[in-house]
Design a protein around this ligand. Structure first.
Ligand SMILES: C[S@@+](CC[C@H](N)C(=O)[O-])C[C@H]1O[C@@H](n2cnc3c(N)ncnc32)[C@H](O)[C@@H]1O
Length: 297
């Protein structure tokens, strides 16, 4: 029997809603992908939490996230601390340490490199072009589908690399300041790594995946001042879930994670405090559903 995808949206404070075990049974979610308020950055639009209170505000929420996440699931937290009074705030670092104390494994920090970050010039720092996507799990063994985010490149690469000599390989790598020692060609053969960040898998050439995810930010407002681009949740959804799995975004905003789920055939549960964002999310989901249904006719 073919099951329909589900999209469930709850209005309210995610801490209270997550505590309702009839809505959120234990071990029921495959991936949590979310971007909470960045402290009090946007207190004039959707409120905020003072940096000094951030960890104590987030920990009870994280306890519920821990309860609902499946043992081999993942939690990705997109966040970036801002500058206050000439220094970067430290609440994100404190949060990472506090989450580890509470039993979360901090597996990785992915860097979302924002190719079109907001321009600016400061006397003491450069343009801020990246955000954190912190990867937490409940155990060291978790589900990860690395092949799902492979980026294939054209057949041109096969011909090009075939004609490269060992010297070409060494030259290309030293040009990137990579230090693989003198046995670079053996190392390359073993690892099946080619110059220009190309890897070979089952005879096909791919761009090597790294922990830097390069994506443009949203250029237009989309009725939310802090919406992320749909490609961001999509990349992590593909990496950590399969079709039909359940993705939770407890700070849903206008539902960008929901859109990513619709497009990648995952189920979605979202929570959002503000009615206007919920309405916008519902409209976005409905229009996209109609479009998908129309295209599938
Ligand atoms: C950074 S924005 C998320 C934007 C979202 N990723 C998108 O693309 O639309 C954070 C959202 O969390 C919501 N929010 C803040 N506190 C909340 C809470 N306690 N429970 C649920 N939602 C909350 C805010 O209203 C805001 O829309």
């Amino acid at each position: 029997m073919k099951m329909d995808q589900f999209y469930i949206i709850h209005e309210g404070n995610c801490k209270d809603i997550l505590e309702d075990v009839s809505l959120f049974p234990d071990n029921s979610v495959d991936l949590i992908f979310t971007s909470p308020p960045y402290s009090d950055r946007r207190k004039t639009t959707y409120g905020g939490i003072h940096p000094a209170e951030y960890v104590s505000w987030f920990l009870p929420i994280s306890e519920q996230l821990k309860r609902v996440l499946k043992p081999k699931g993942s939690f990705i937290l997109n966040i970036k601390e801002h500058v206050n009074n000439g220094e970067r705030l430290t609440y994100v670092i404190e949060l990472i340490l506090a989450l580890r104390e509470k039993g979360w494994c901090w597996i990785e920090e992915y860097c979302w490199y924002k190719k079109n970050s907001y321009p600016g010039k400061w006397p003491n720092r450069f343009r801020d072009s990246w955000e954190r996507c912190l990867h937490f799990t409940l155990q060291k063994k978790f589900k990860m589908y690395q092949d799902a985010v492979k980026v294939p490149i054209g057949d041109w690469s096969k011909k090009r690399f075939k004609s490269m000599s060992e010297k070409d390989f060494i030259r290309t790598f030293s040009g990137t300041n990579a230090h693989f020692g003198r046995n670079v060609s053996n190392w390359l053969k073993r690892k099946k790594v080619y110059p220009h960040n190309v890897v070979v898998f089952e005879g096909e050439h791919y761009i090597e995946t790294t922990n830097v995810v390069q994506l443009a930010t949203e250029c237009h407002n989309r009725n939310h001042s802090a919406a992320f681009p749909v490609e961001l949740p999509t990349w992590f959804i593909k990496l950590f879930t399969k079709k039909g799995n359940v993705v939770l975004d407890p700070f849903m905003g206008i539902g960008t994670t929901a859109t990513a789920c619709l497009l990648s055939k995952r189920n979605f549960i979202g929570i959002e405090l503000q009615k206007e964002y919920i309405n916008e999310a519902k409209q976005n989901i409905e229009s996209l559903r109609k479009l998908i249904a129309f295209n599938n006719k």
